[in-house]
Design a protein around this ligand. Sequence first.
Ligand SMILES: [Zn+2]
Length: 333
Amino acid sequence: MNDINNQTIQYQDKSIQYLLKALQRDKLPHALLFTGIEGVGKLIAALQFSMVCNCENLPDVSLIHSSCGECRSCLKFLSGQHPDIIKIKPDGNAVKISQIRMLRKQLTYKPVEAKNRFVIIMQAHLMTTESANALLKILEEPPPRTRFILIVENQKDVLQTISSRCQQVRFRPLSDIFIEAYVMQNEDIKPEFARMIARLSFGSVIRAGLYQKIKWQTKRSYIFFRLKQFDRLSIGMRLSFAEQLAKNKDDIPLILEMIMTWFRDVLIYRFCPQRIINIDYQNSIYENAKKYACQSVIEQIEKVQTVQKDLLSNMNRRLAFEELTMSMIQQKL
Ligand SMILES: [Zn+2]
């Protein structure tokens, strides 16, 4: 396991200790719901935990890292070939019913060799209603020696009938200091850039990784370039801005989050400038904070939230962005 994974697991010690204690007392629930934003170590913890639960060399189960890494079980695990560690991830954009049917079939057999068979469902919020109901049936009559770990951001991301059958284990966002140190491991990065990334990542190493990529730095520069002079944009420019933003479906959540941080910063600058996220745009944020009334910035934030909701309900994304950019801040102080 690499350093960052190790450090993340250490950071999540409280959640890990809960699991290890339950295991030692032989009280491990058969279904667990790991919750927390992406990039805080939920999957790594699930994998490490299933490894230590199955190590054949009697590891010290009060320590998550005590699996030997050499026994038959550990070796199969490390090569990703363990027949009793079943990982299910979305096929395309959903965990489909065919995947859960196949799982159900697999679970009719006893575990091949493991003391504890694990079924890890990644992004479990992407289960279709059909899949979720099929999984619920399995959870209602769990097969022997089998544990389920469902990974989601929030408890409410799965049906209540499912979450009520799972013990929730919360994973907290990583601290800014943690992310900053992680980003600084790359020697080419300047401390102020690392600090900005840490604030922008909201405690997620996945986001910290994305924001270090040129693609996202370029996107961010473009978006902020437009936002800082928004009152001067013509209708044509607003429409083309909307078109750019809507271009790639997968990028939209992060784009909206960036836009949100911008308005958040403009709003809080006049109260506590030291708390802004986009510290490298401090001057432009200051200029905007002087220009706009608090109320219009708050309305703007609400509009971005509306787009976030609209897009979840599959509204046409270009239209949603056009609506947003056409109605954006015009009202000056
Ligand atoms: Zn082992």
